[in-house]
Design a protein around this ligand. Structure first.
Ligand SMILES: Cc1ncc(COP(=O)(O)O)c(C=O)c1O
Length: 384
């Protein structure tokens, strides 16, 4: 029966990140830089709120779009945090940003549409776009320090272009899009009447005060869709709570798609999410900032070129001097030197490797010492 399965689905492959992280787990003593997940546990106050919600029998089907109290809390939070004016009806509570992205793309895309995505890109985007029978058009940012070049962007736009998908801070690069990049996206979206999907899941994990977001440009409101998540800023990856913000007509369309996809998000998790939004988790951001400094300095010390990330918890150094592909490099690192990282090829950049530094300082120091040993051996012409 395999040949009767939807060919769009048949061509899906397991996420390369998972492939590496699963092998890493089987290697004793490995330092694991593969998974993009906070090492912290969820705050006790959030857990207590979920436990109380369970005891209060908040175990029934939620409203499809999310419980009103959480949608209102999100609207208030976004107002305070990012100075955004979305009314609570414009908030759709989703199963993490993953489902938010799927529901948003499925709501907007038609067969034959084109979606421009700056590369390197997060692994979830392309499969969903392809599933919608739309086409991923890759905007290469590697030659521009992971920024968006306006001319390169405009060159990719055709009559079929429907949406530009941006991520800032980015996974895998950790880069934030600068003013010119955002201006380019904004200008092209207006000129060619395009949607913009801004995947902002790392917006609370930013280490610079020059961070800009497209959502502050009111003239984009009717074409902008924002996906957000509680996973990273509150160490809640397993709770599966995120949300989408969009102008009311778009939010309503996404809410319908979401309702038919998943019916809703676990009620008690939504109650706990209200508690999460009250909590100041800037200490986590500050700790990632310190780890970024530690990791980046160690990479510089071993002479591995790397664009300095200004957010999220990833380093994305360039390994082109070794003249081996990123998968071979990472397999060797994991199996021989016991430091597990993700090949850049999975994100569209075969000359890079992704290091997730959401681990403790001792692991960063030891893991990067192992990487240094490997590249020293490679530089000394040890066999690959
Ligand atoms: C850029 C980006 N978007 C979306 C997600 C999905 O997050 P969630 O846990 O909310 O589904 C991730 C997770 O790693 C991510 O890095």
């Amino acid at each position: 029966m395999l040949n009767r399965i939807n060919p769009q689905v048949r061509q899906f492959k397991q996420s390369g990140i998972r492939k590496f992280s699963e092998e890493a787990k089987t290697i004793p003593g490995v330092i694991n830089f593969t998974i993009g997940e906070p090492e912290f546990n969820t705050d006790e106050r959030i857990k207590d709120a979920a436990i109380k919600a369970l005891h209060d029998n908040q175990t029934h089907y939620p409203n499809n779009t999310g419980i009103e109290s959480l949608r209102r809390a999100v609207a208030n939070f976004e107002h305070t945090q990012h100075h955004l004016d979305y009314i609570w009806e414009e908030v759709v509570i989703t199963n993490g940003a993953t489902e938010g992205l799927a529901a948003a793309l499925m709501s907007v895309l038609c067969e034959g549409d084109e979606v421009i995505i700056p590369s390197p890109m997060y692994v979830t985007y392309a499969p969903i776009v392809t599933f919608c029978k739309a086409k991923v058009v890759v905007l290469n940012t590697i030659n521009y320090d992971f920024q968006i070049n306006s001319i390169a962007l405009e060159n990719l736009i055709t009559i079929k272009t429907k949406l530009i998908l941006i991520t800032s801070p980015n996974n895998p690069t950790g880069t934030i899009l600068n003013h010119n990049s955002l201006q380019a996206v904004s200008a092209m979206a207006k000129k060619y009447d395009l949607f913009i999907l801004s995947d902002d899941v790392y917006s609370q994990l930013v280490f610079t005060d020059t961070y800009e977001m497209l959502c502050h440009d009111d003239s984009l409101r009717d074409r902008l869709i924002i996906t957000q998540s509680l996973s990273k800023p509150y160490a809640m990856t397993g709770w599966r709570v995120g949300y989408v913000l969009a102008d009311l007509p778009i939010a309503r369309a996404i809410a319908l798609m979401h309702a038919y996809l998943v019916a809703g998000v676990a009620t008690f998790n939504q109650v706990a999410a209200i508690e999460a939004l009250k909590i100041d988790s800037t200490w986590m951001r500050d700790s990632y900032h310190a780890r970024r400094d530690l990791g980046y300095d160690l990479l510089m010390d071993m002479g591995l070129p790397c664009v300095k990330p200004e957010g999220a918890f990833y380093l994305f150094p360039n390994i082109s001097e070794f003249k081996i592909d990123s998968e071979t490099f990472c397999l060797k690192a994991m199996r021989e030197y016991k430091v597990a990282m993700v090949p850049g090829v999975y994100f569209g950049a075969d000359h890079n490797i992704r290091i997730s530094y959401a681990v403790n300082d001792a692991e960063i120091i030891e893991g990067l010492a192992r990487l240094k040993k490997m590249i020293t051996d490679l530089r000394n012409h040890a066999s690959v």
